[in-house]
Design a protein around this ligand. Structure first.
Ligand code: PGA
Length: 245
């Protein structure tokens, strides 16, 4: 499973041109391909992706059904555009927009209630890793992020492990560091749900994934795909990564 997170890049025209160019290059791949453009590109991206093997999602949502929340976007609005998944708790949202684990949990519940596939993004900062707190942070983010999520909904989520120190820095985690974190996340998912379900939930790695480091990451047992920022903005690099699957 490969997800491209376009962040605040690409107009709606650029989004549809990108998808038209990407689709024919990835017809032979085995991966599920997801792209999360900005809100304003969702409609054109969904339309262009129709009939391809690309699924469109959003980078965020509001935890409320509807109401007086100026500037916010609801699950129903997203679904009406054709959106099928949503990134929740990306580290940029946690750090720059003060999203807490409790808020992220509300967004997870909202997405599941309204039939959008949520991708729970988690990961430690450099400081937390240096202090030996990586496992504590991941455990907390999973425990609170998935609080009160019914067992039957557990099969309908994706987890993305994205060490904050690796995002947009070019400092990719070594395959072994990523594998260790993923296997720990899998253990936390087992404690939250159960072992068979924990095995089924895809855990993606994110943080400076590029065509030349992806093969060693995806070879690891607990790494089921990637969440890709910078390298998903270019058709050549993104299709190269997808076709390595
Ligand atoms: P990056 O971003 O691939 O540019 O490091 C990953 C992400 O933020 O999801």
């Amino acid at each position: 499973m490969i997800i491209g997170n376009w962040k605040m890049h690409k107009t709606s025209l650029e989004a549809s041109q990108f998808i038209s160019a990407l689709a024919p290059k990835i017809t032979a791949c085995n991966a599920s391909v997801f792209i999360a453009p900005s809100y304003t590109s969702l409609y054109s991206a969904c339309k262009t992706a129709e009939g391809t093997n690309i699924t469109i999602g959003s980078q965020n949502l509001n935890e409320h059904l509807e109401g007086a929340y100026t500037g916010e976007i609801s699950t129903m609005m997203l679904k009406a555009e054709g959106v099928e998944f949503v990134l929740i708790g990306h580290s940029e949202r946690r750090q720059r927009y003060m999203e807490t684990d409790a808020l992220i949990n509300k967004k997870m519940i909202r997405a599941l209630q309204d039939d959008l596939l949520p991708v729970l993004c988690i990961g430690e900062t450099e400081q937390e890793r240096k202090k030996g707190l990586t496992q504590d942070v991941l455990k907390q983010q999973i425990k609170v992020g998935l609080k009160n999520i019914p067992f039957e909904d557990g099969a309908e989520i994706i987890v993305a492990y994205e060490p904050v120190w690796a995002i947009g820095t070019g400092k990719v985690a070594t395959a072994q560091i990523a594998q260790d974190a993923h296997s720990f996340c899998r253990k936390c998912l087992k404690d939250t749900f159960n072992a068979p379900l924990a095995k089924k939930i895809p855990i993606l790695y994110g943080g400076s994934v590029k065509p030349d480091n992806f093969a060693s990451l995806i070879a690891k047992e607990d790494i089921d795909g990637a969440l890709i920022g910078g390298a998903s903005l270019n058709v050549e690099t993104f299709s190269k990564i997808i076709n390595l699957c």
